[in-house]
Design a protein around this ligand. Sequence first.
Ligand code: ARG
Length: 323
Amino acid sequence: MTESAELVREHDTDLGTVPQAAPTPAAELAWGRHYVAVEPSHFRIDYAINPFMDPEVQPDPALAMEQWQTMVATLRGLGATVDVLPQRADAPDMVYAMNLGLGLVRPGGERHVVMSHMRYPQRRMETGSAQEWFAASGATTSYVGRDGVGAHLEAGDAFAFGDALVVGYGPRTEELALKHLALELGVRVRGLRITHPGMYHLDLAFCPLDERRAMVCPAALDAPSARALMELVPEALVLTEEEALTTFAANSVVVGRTVVMPACPDRVRAQLEAWGFDVVIVDVSEFHLGGGSIRCLTNPVDITLGRDLPVLPRGEVVLPPLD
Ligand code: ARG
């Protein structure tokens, strides 16, 4: 661990002090400029598969549509491409496009999507439609399990960072899926065990910001995985459990040096700005009723093998030790 990383971590455990300025300029993320999103024409809370959902509390459809349109316009205004899929009427959670599949670009330029295999049957029909849509848009597709057979994988658990595809597993994605991803994609997969029921996808607790930095909420993970996450991120902006759960701050997206966030605690904003990021807030509160925010609503499909992830011909899975 470098001395500067140590400083930032010390600072972050002391929530009141002045943010540390960047000791070294860090390269922007090269990915995060091309997204897929689902227009929320049928967004409802029909069932409860996470602690945020309550069918007694329904979103306002017009407000949800307006919030989603503002989010898409904001991303496009920042220069990102956003492709839009129609929502199936029988798939109220399909708006959380992040979970449709893990999109990648192979070294030769071929677009590929490893389709999710949802943990809960209520969401499984989403991926069939998404697979057809991705195939029609020119991507090849594959799967690690489907129709309830084989390993579960939900793409909101998987992000490129550092030397690996970092994959959360436990509540949704299963450990076996990590091996499939490593072998099929030829990448190193670093697994993190999620234990917090409210942070059931890694994207509620981890947001890569640039090549050295990320927002992280170690409270989502078991102790060895929390340590592994802190070791993985040279400069970590640590979110408390309360910040992650009540503001969805980790469920943000980054376009270059702009962080598009549903909300941003002052302390977090001060650190992001000290690191040279602009913070743009977009209210997507209607979607918090289903347990997802900006990252869940947008699926980056431009993570590029060989550029954003080192290629390892036979792949490799690295898991933290058991407690
Ligand atoms: N209701 C959805 C579910 O429980 C929310 C998904 C949130 N998406 C995410 N990428 N975290 O599956």
